[in-house]
Structures are given as C-alpha cells and as structure tokens.
Design a protein. Sequence first.
Length: 390
Amino acid sequence: MDSRQREEQYTLATYNHIRFPISLVRGEGNHVIDDEGRRYLDLYGGHAVCLLGHCHPRWVAAMRKQLAELVFYSNTVYFAPRAEAAELLVSHCYPSMAAVYFCGSGAEANETALKIARKATGRKLVVAMEGGFHGRTLGALSVTGFPRMRAAFPENAEAWTRFVPFGDLGAVQALDPSEIAAVIIEPIQSVAGIRTAPASYFLALRDHCRRCGIALIFDEVQTGSGRTGEWFWGMHHGVEPDLVTTAKGVGGGFPVGAVVASDALAAEVKPGDQATTFGGGPLAAAAIAATYRIIEEEGLVERVARFSASLRERLASLEGRGVREVRGLGYLLGVECDRPAKEVQARLMEQGILVGTSGEAQTFRLLPPLTVGEEEWEIFLGALEKALRE
Ligand SMILES: Cc1ncc(COP(=O)(O)O)c(C=O)c1O
C-alpha cells in the first residue's frame, strides 16, 4: 500500500471527495513540491492559509527560536509572545477594537463570538446569511447557510438561527430585534463562489444593528489579515463590526483562530466565560506575531492591492473567451467559467498550477499567498488561456 492508500484507510472519509491527486513533500515560497519532484505554483494557498507563501525564512526563524525556548504552556501563565501577538492583532484591526481571544480554528472563533453576543445581549436568536460559511462544529454549523451541510442535524443546527438572503436588508429588519443577539456575516461569501453585496447594504446593516442593540459579527476568517488589500475587509468602506472572527492565514500556516471584540463588548466578557487549552500558546502566538510583522514590513497588503487591480483587468479581458465573470477583491477572487470548474482546475494542475473550486460548480477560486506577484500572474494567465482553449 502506498502512503495515499494508507491515508485513505486510516483516516475518516470526510475529505475523499476534495483531495487533489498529489502528495506534497515540501513548500518553497509560492510553490509546493510533490513526492515525484513536480513543482506547483500555489494559487490555492493551502486553502487560503499560507499568506506568506511556504516556509518564509523569517517566519521559520521566528518559529525555530520559539521551539527552542518554550513550546507550550497554557493560559494560566503570562508570556511575551502572547502579549505581542495580541497587541499586533488588535492594533491592525478596526479602530474600535479593544481585545482578542485566541483559539484554534475559524469554527471555534465563530462559536466564541456567538457566545459573547448572546451573553452580552441576553437574547437567543442569531441572524445568518444564506450562502454564508462559518465552520462545521455544531455552533458554527448552526449559522452556516448551506442546508445540505445541516441536513443530518436539523434539531441541533437550526433552532436558534433565522436565515435571510445575503444582501436583503428588509429581511433582517422584518425580524423582531428584541430576540436577536447577533447578525453574523461573511463579507465576501467564499465557499458560495465569491459573492458579496454593495457597501451600502453593509453600512445600513451596521446602522440597523447599532440602533437595535444587535451585535454585528464579521467572519473575516478568509478576508482578514490583508487578503483583500486592506488589513480587514470593512476598512475598504469604513464599516466596523462589533466582533471580528479570523483564522486561516493569521498564523501564516500555524493553526490559530481569534475573536477580536470592540471596546463595548470586551467589557462584557468576564473571567470564565470561555476557555481553551491550546489557544494563544507560545508557538501559536509566535506564529501570529511573525506573520503580522512580516506582512507589515514587506508591505504585502499594499502589494495585494497593486497586483490584484491589473490581474482583475487581465481576467476580465478573458470574458467571452471561456470566462463568464470575475468576482471578489484583492487576492480572494472567483472566476466563473463556461464549463465545470473542476475541469479547469485539472487542466491548470496539469500545467503545474493549483487553484481551488467552490460550492458553485463553474467557479474556481484564487486564494494565493500575498507574496504572489506579476511574474506568477503572467504564468497563471497564460496557463488559463490554454486551459480554456482546450
Ligand atoms: C469564512 C469562513 N469561516 C469559518 C471557517 C471555518 O474555519 P475552520 O475550518 O478553521 O474551522 C471557514 C473555513 O473554510 C471559512 O471559510
């Protein structure tokens, strides 16, 4: 049995439908290398995680140093890397944000945000968007707007949520606000195929939540930490949530999640309200601090804004030649094609390029490291034209 067969035999079957037919052994910058020595340009970024590319030398050095000094201790003690990670995350988030809670994943961050909002408001219902994705644990799943993912657990996952169409403010306003603790929203719905709503909708939603005492939660698990060309998505439009959840790239590849709370909501969180053993451990904290320092010092957010504008233009020029529509912002893009995305993905993979598919059958996603630049995009565009001609 080769290692792929062994993996399939000894792990639960949950991922068998999405696995790429490759086995990776190494990552170098914007590339990954498989067990046959083939190099792939990674425009999938390990599923929107590897913001700095693979094995960024400064990130590796910071992690090596931390590994040699202190691998783990829980939240029962203080240590400097956690203080640094917290300060960096809060200071790069929205102006009204005051404090962070560290955990291990995006789902856990959303679970925590829902708890904070429910306790602070004393209300039980949450409004969530059709097509929004917030994770697979029961609490996160309960606000995930894909009925097929909740179908096996209707009692656990649907009782306390009111789903409304994304972008429909009237549907939120029609609900009795005195029962609603929070509105949770993914500013750019990624799994749904890169869908967003006008800035005016988000501003009006912000206003409605403020007037009705509802906590507005932005799930920035994908849109956070620079991916859209701003540190956090709402900064494009001057719209601030009360709670931000983030994960994926925030640790540069190390598994971390975080909830950042506004001044007002942070004041409502009391000792014992939430806890997790591994959240904000030394390695996790060192990973976050290194990632944020590198993004800042290498000007990666500005770089995304610069390169994505010309990439969008070039992709738009393929409309009518295999591309139907290009959606998204910065380095979170969806390309809707005139054929199944899986087919385009396979043809790009044959040419040594990895991209993601999405919940929408004809849309593939670009979720690359922020370090990808002009040279890589030229290679990708040439390969895409070829894939669409075939
Ligand atoms: C927007 C969004 N929120 C939450 C999650 C869940 O994060 P995790 O898989 O780390 O639990 C994801 C994962 O894809 C996501 O894309």
